[in-house]
Design a protein around this ligand. Structure first.
Ligand code: HEM
Length: 538
């Protein structure tokens, strides 16, 4: 209760508030319209939960950055607790534990520190090129493997050499777990936590079955577990512990390759701080590089951006040609790019930024899953912040406990800032007169004390992959029997990515889609199922 009014808000129904409104406008355009109609900040109330939508970088900066001491908590999700995953940073409540975990990540992923991982990224980008060369039609599998291989090698020093690699299998199992996590945050138990006490046989209590048992189908085969009542957390623990134990053993024999875990463990041992508590924290930090419990971090996000890149290159060939020309002029023929070339390739840098910003357009309903139980989109709490005490902003009242959602997708295509934002136009970020002089998007990696700790790693990983692919390949649409191009449609749907890797055939016009790993930035690339992207060496 406050004398100040809430931020602007659409009309609400009694009791259920904006629930109906939200479920009827669960499309990109509707969220866009909401932001356009009600402005920079919008207040919603769903079943008594306050939700505040931030639609401009300025407001997000004012609240999430400048008042970060009260805006950096995360919403509490009962399912996360049921799975024993409160120690995953993405879900962690703001406080001491959070500071300690962030520090571990910051110590190794700050901009100056990540350069030690550049060799890993470069050599994995060469594996990516070889894979694309040998089976270009499986480009999405290769993107996925690249993203996964890079984070696994950085986290544990383990090099993926085949698709059967147990680490990779484990990582895929974790993906499938994410896919099963689809309704968390938007399930009944999130609105009525007491439902967690339901028996697992109770109709509709999928969350109890999921968290407490019957997850054997997502356990990797090599574990050989047939027990139908195995808990989902087994998969998580297996992922969390496997790499860590290998590093510990390799360190004893002095054979541990450089990795996030080996670097930090060495420090802990040197400073005699390797207590079980610290080791536990480090295990979770390493798992978080890959992604943890529905919070897709390193692999899922980077893979999503690479998918957007392939699509954009087919749809906007002029941008691809410009990048080719720039690479040719800087590298000459027969040379692959290295990180040393980065400063000499300004257009490519902008292309990577444009790919990143478009990745987010398609995640702009990221808050829908939280507030709309009817939606089948997945948990997207990554960018959701929780306000820890009542606040007044520009004469508006924002109540304690509000879920605060930076509407990143909207910010990225705000026409007031980005002219022709619908068009993939990397030169928008180049300074005038070569480009449009538009600002680089700052929202890409979130805000305040929750800003993505992997952002420097992510950008360099994307940069080397994109630069290497463009240095070697033309990316073209498939042609029909008469030689006409068949460009893919730029269509996305939220939340669930088709299991491209298991369909394995992008020529199919039917999406036979099973669920692929899906995450915050997943946007089911239907288009990819309709399009064949042909890669050829110029
Ligand atoms: C294209 C790549 C990526 C994008 C677009 C991205 C974006 C984001 C965003 C928007 C958030 C939420 C920030 C907020 O709440 O305000 C986030 C959080 C996070 N990201 Fe990333 N990320 C990417 C790659 C990575 C990588 C490579 C890692 C790991 C090395 C990583 C680890 C994390 C973690 C651990 C969090 C949770 C932080 C917290 O809750 O305090 N991300 N990311």
């Amino acid at each position: 209760k406050s004398d100040f009014p809430y931020p602007p808000s659409p009309p609400a129904d009694p009791v259920i508030g904006h629930a109906r409104f939200i479920s009827t406008c669960s499309r990109d355009d509707a969220y866009h319209a909401l932001a356009q109609k009600y402005g920079e900040i919008v207040y919603l109330n769903v079943l008594g939960k306050s939700i505040v939508l931030l639609n401009s970088e300025k407001v997000a900066d004012d609240l999430l950055d400048k008042r970060s001491t009260i805006y950096s908590d995360r919403p509490r999700l009962p399912l996360v607790k049921m799975m024993g995953s409160e120690d995953a940073l993405g879900f962690m409540a703001y406080g001491n534990k959070f500071f300690k975990m962030r520090k571990i990540l910051h110590d190794h992923l700050a901009s100056k520190k990540v350069v030690v991982f550049e060799d890993i990224q470069a050599s994995q980008s060469h594996v990516l090129l070889r894979n694309l060369m040998s089976s270009p039609e499986r480009f999405m599998d290769h993107a996925k493997r690249y993203a996964t291989a890079v984070v696994l090698q950085i986290a544990y020093g383990h090099e993926i050499t085949s698709d059967e690699d147990p680490f990779l299998q484990n990582a895929h199992a974790l993906d499938r777990l994410f896919a099963r996590f689809v309704n968390a945050g938007s399930s009944a138990v999130d609105f009525f936590p007491a439902l967690r006490h339901l028996p697992s046989w109770f109709p509709g209590a999928w969350f109890v079955r999921f968290a407490k048992g019957n997850a054997n189908h997502i356990v990797p085969h090599h574990l050989g577990i047939l027990n139908p009542f195995i808990e989902a957390r087994v998969v998580i623990e297996e992922n969390r512990d496997r790499g860590f134990v290998v590093v510990q053993e390799d360190m004893k024999t002095g054979n541990a390759p450089l990795s996030f875990v080996s670097l930090h463990l060495e420090e802990l041992i040197r400073e005699k701080k390797d207590s079980p508590k610290e080791l536990h924290r480090l295990k979770w930090a390493a798992l978080q590089l890959y992604g943890a419990e529905g919070f897709p971090a390193g692999a899922e996000t980077t893979c999503g951006s690479l998918e957007v890149f392939f699509l954009a290159m087919v749809l906007y060939p002029e941008a691809q040609h410009k990048a080719h020309r720039e690479l040719d002029s800087v590298l000459g023929h027969g040379q692959l790019p290295t990180f040393g070339d980065r400063d000499s390739l300004p257009f490519l840098e902008c292309l990577v930024q444009e790919v990143l910003s478009r990745t987010f357009w398609y995640s702009q309903s990221l808050f829908a899953s939280y507030i709309d139980p009817a939606l089948t989109t997945r948990l997207k709490p990554g960018a959701l912040h929780r306000l820890m005490q009542d606040d007044i902003y520009n004469g508006m009242f924002i109540p304690k406990g509000s879920i605060v959602v930076p509407n990143i997708g909207y910010m990225m295509r705000d026409e007031k800032v980005y002219h022709e934002s619908n068009i993939f136009k990397p030169e928008r970020f180049l300074p005038r007169p070569d480009g449009c002089g538009e600002p680089l998007p700052r929202a890409t990696f979130g805000f305040g004390r929750r800003i993505c700790p992997g952002r420097h790693l992510a950008v360099s990983e994307l940069w080397i992959a994109i630069a290497s692919i463009l240095a070697v390949f033309d990316i073209l649409p498939v042609q029909d029997d008469r030689g006409n191009d068949l460009p893919p449609k730029e269509e996305f749907h939220h939340g669930l990515t088709r299991i491209a890797s298991e369909v394995g055939d992008y020529q199919s016009t039917e999406s036979t889609g099973d669920l692929h790993s899906a995450g915050i930035w997943s946007y089911g690339l239907d288009a990819m199922n309709q399009a064949i992207v042909v890669l050829s060496t110029p």
